[in-house]
Ligand binder design. Sequence first.
Ligand SMILES: Nc1ncnc2c1ncn2[C@@H]1O[C@H](COP(=O)(O)OP(=O)(O)O)[C@@H](O)[C@H]1O
Ligand SMILES: [Mg+2]
Length: 289
Amino acid sequence: MLAAVTATRYVLPLREGGSLPGLVEADDLGTYVVKWRAAGQGVPVLAAEVICGELARALALPVPALVTVDVAPELAVGEPDQEVQELLRHSAGTNLGMDYLPGALDFSAHGPDVPAELAGRVLWFDALVGNVDRSWRNPNMLFWHGRLQLIDHGAALTFHHHWPGAPAAVDRVYDASQHALVESHPDVRAADAALGPLVTRPLLERVLALVPDAWLRGPGRTGEDTEAPDVTRERYTAQLLARLAARPAWLPALVQAAADGSRGRAPEPRGQNRPGWLGPPPPPGVRQR
Ligand SMILES: Nc1ncnc2c1ncn2[C@@H]1O[C@H](COP(=O)(O)OP(=O)(O)O)[C@@H](O)[C@H]1O
Ligand SMILES: [Mg+2]
């Protein structure tokens, strides 16, 4: 099981992303970024956060700790924003929390270099889970104490929004052209050799066991789902094992995209988009936020 905490105070909404996650204090004195069960795309998003987050962690990719956050309906009392009020009220029960990293910097292509080995592993992982949300526009990566951290896996495993379409996703080529790390010379072949053998049925079963029953949705329509949670867990495990076995169908294109990305799109020169009134760019070595 994931560690379970209880929310004690709603601090504020994080409006950078689309899903209006909230910053919350909990009874373990921790602070968490909470994804609400009542948010737009529903509980499968929370399942994707756990499955991808814990799978990434098992592959030694850096992901902040995940917990379940129990939310009482009264948590919303005093929140002035109507939209947030509604969201919290409908999210009473079990929600997903990610350890808040205070002072973390948003990833930017102009930030510290990500080593080719790590970039390759992240790209390979995103292709495996079909993460459509790690683009240079919306990288969903942070730098914390100088180290890259992966966040926000809610837009991966998208097959679970429409299970009848899942077989078609097994060997689908991953579009890496907009990936935030495609210009970091990602070593996809090395990543495949290192990580492929680690993604086993026992590992996936351990990861799926961490997903609360209430977040599992089989092919039945939301709310009418009568499938046993373990049957849905097995769907995910089988889907990910099939995706892994189908690497001959998607890996060559990924290797090619990594090679193209590293060749083609050189980073913009410093200061390229600066408005005139801001003056000349600072000397190299001075970081801008
Ligand atoms: N664990 C964290 N620590 C610090 N900041 C975070 C953390 N998780 C998210 N954030 C900030 O909140 C924003 C929105 O979170 P995210 O998980 O990406 O939600 P969304 O689904 O709305 O995109 C992120 O872009 C980041 O700036
Ligand atoms: Mg995001």
